[in-house]
Design a protein around this ligand. Structure first.
Ligand SMILES: [Zn+2]
Length: 444
């Protein structure tokens, strides 16, 4: 039985598509990663990294399942992802383990440049087009009762048992009103970073910020959105050192709050009010406050947002922040929407990676060096390609629409990938968007 390979141009609609070039760019970068293994290794590193990326791009639940279904996928893996053969399990893990994580992160730089060349950063800038907003936060991506590798973080429970886990800090570009987020950097939080959670995340942030600045280049006006964990002097200094502006959550007791209370008591806080969706929204703000006594030279501005139900008078939302953005004449409705879009790193990034088919949290392996981090990074790059496709690729959008949920969409992609010879992922998306059955004669 002869099944022809899909030819996208024979299908009936013209749509803007760029997913193939995004994938080609990732595969090209993976081909440049240097091989740190002993010279006598038989498996090619490029092939192994392409295969690992394919596993995450196809949302395979485990390396084992990917390996077991390889024979069904082999021809499409070769055409779509350039995978030429299947190394043994130990060889795959060993090869990825040795890779310098910094080299994989160059994939972010390539995609940042790609987005710039399509004018996307300019389109998504916030606060009157002045800043590219990035949201950073940490997440746990593996946890077990057994020690997996020297990089495992350790948590002691009260009952004497220990938990071993991995965390990473990720930075994603966000924009209020846009569904998509673009990961632009990540940093492993590793054993030895600090005795308590705050130390760990702070030290990882200090390493991450210069990487993100370098990936974007000096010219990009960056605004970092961070939660209250980062409301401290060392964090603001690290942001300033990387020439980034900030909006940081201001929850709890802090010196800025003391100054705000004093101003409020004297009736010297500025306010602005508007109405939206049946709620009265009130912003209270003040400029030129001292961050705290230990860092008297760091000057911040403060703003809070309260939303009250117009009919019942019940408070529906309250939050406050510190920032180094000048609040004079600023659109407060936009400012608070930007500050609140910080949640996108949790809701639309980590939750999606954990619950929408990407399997963040599943152990793809520990290795001895960088395996857990490198696999998490490759997963994040696969997610970035999907998010970019969701924002920019009409063929992807049509295919996703034809399937409804992400879960069903990924399932369809895997089904078609396994059954139909295809030249590219775009051809698969295009076929799915047609909502037609595969034209194969009945099996006898
Ligand atoms: Zn580990």
């Amino acid at each position: 039985m002869q099944i022809s390979v899909f030819e996208p141009e024979t299908l009936p609609f013209e749509a803007k598509t760029m997913v193939n070039s995004m994938i080609a760019s990732v595969l090209e970068r993976l081909g440049k990663v240097s091989d740190k293994r002993a010279r006598n290794t038989s498996t090619g590193l490029h092939n192994t990294l392409s295969l690992s990326f394919a596993m995450f791009h196809l949302k395979m639940p485990s390396l084992l399942q990917f390996r077991e279904s390889y024979s069904v996928k082999a021809d499409n893996l070769r055409r779509v992802y350039g995978v030429t053969d299947l190394p043994g399990d130990v060889a795959i893990r060993g090869a990825v383990d040795q890779v310098d994580t910094a080299e994989l992160k160059e994939c972010f730089t390539d995609q940042i440049d790609f987005l710039r060349s399509h004018g996307i950063w300019e389109q998504r800038r916030v606060l009157d087009g002045r800043f590219t907003a990035l949201s950073s936060d940490g997440t746990q991506h593996y946890c077990s009762n057994c020690k997996g590798c020297p990089q495992c973080l350790v948590k002691s429970h009260r009952n004497g048992k220990k938990a071993y886990y991995h965390q990473m800090l990720a930075t994603v570009a966000v924009c209020p009103g846009k569904q998509t987020v673009f990961p632009v950097g990540c940093e492993a939080i590793v054993n030895g970073d600090g005795a308590v959670k705050n130390d760990c995340e702070m030290n990882a942030l200090k390493r991450l910020l210069p990487q993100v600045r370098q990936a974007f280049g000096e010219q990009e006006p960056i605004l970092q959105l961070l939660d209250a964990l980062y409301h401290n002097g060392p964090c603001v200094q690290a942001l300033q050192a990387s020439n980034m502006r900030f909006i940081i959550g201001a929850k709890g007791d802090h010196y800025v709050g003391v100054q705000v209370k004093r101003l409020r008591d004297k009736g010297e806080m500025e306010t602005q009010t508007w109405e939206k969706n049946g709620r009265i929204c009130t912003v209270e703000y003040a400029q030129g406050l001292m961050l705290n006594g230990k860092y008297p030279d760091i000057c911040v501005n403060y703003f809070s947002l309260s939303e009250v139900d117009k009919k019942t008078g019940e408070q529906k939302f309250y939050s406050d922040w510190v920032t180094d953005v000048d609040l004079d004449g600023i659109n407060m409705e936009e400012l608070t929407a930007v500050a609140r879009s910080r949640w996108k790193v949790e809701n639309e990034t980590f939750n999606t990676l954990k619950n929408q088919g990407y399997n963040l949290g599943h152990s793809y392996g520990h290795g001895k060096k960088n395996l857990t981090t490198n696999f998490a990074l490759l997963m994040l790059i696969a997610f970035l390609v999907d998010q970019m496709a969701m924002a920019l690729d009409e063929v992807y959008q049509q295919a996703k629409k034809a399937c409804g949920s992400f879960k069903f969409f990924w399932e369809r992609v895997r089904q078609v990938f396994d059954m139909a010879p295809a030249k590219s992922i775009e051809a698969i998306y295009r076929f799915i968007s047609l909502r037609k059955p595969l034209d194969i004669p009945p099996l006898e």
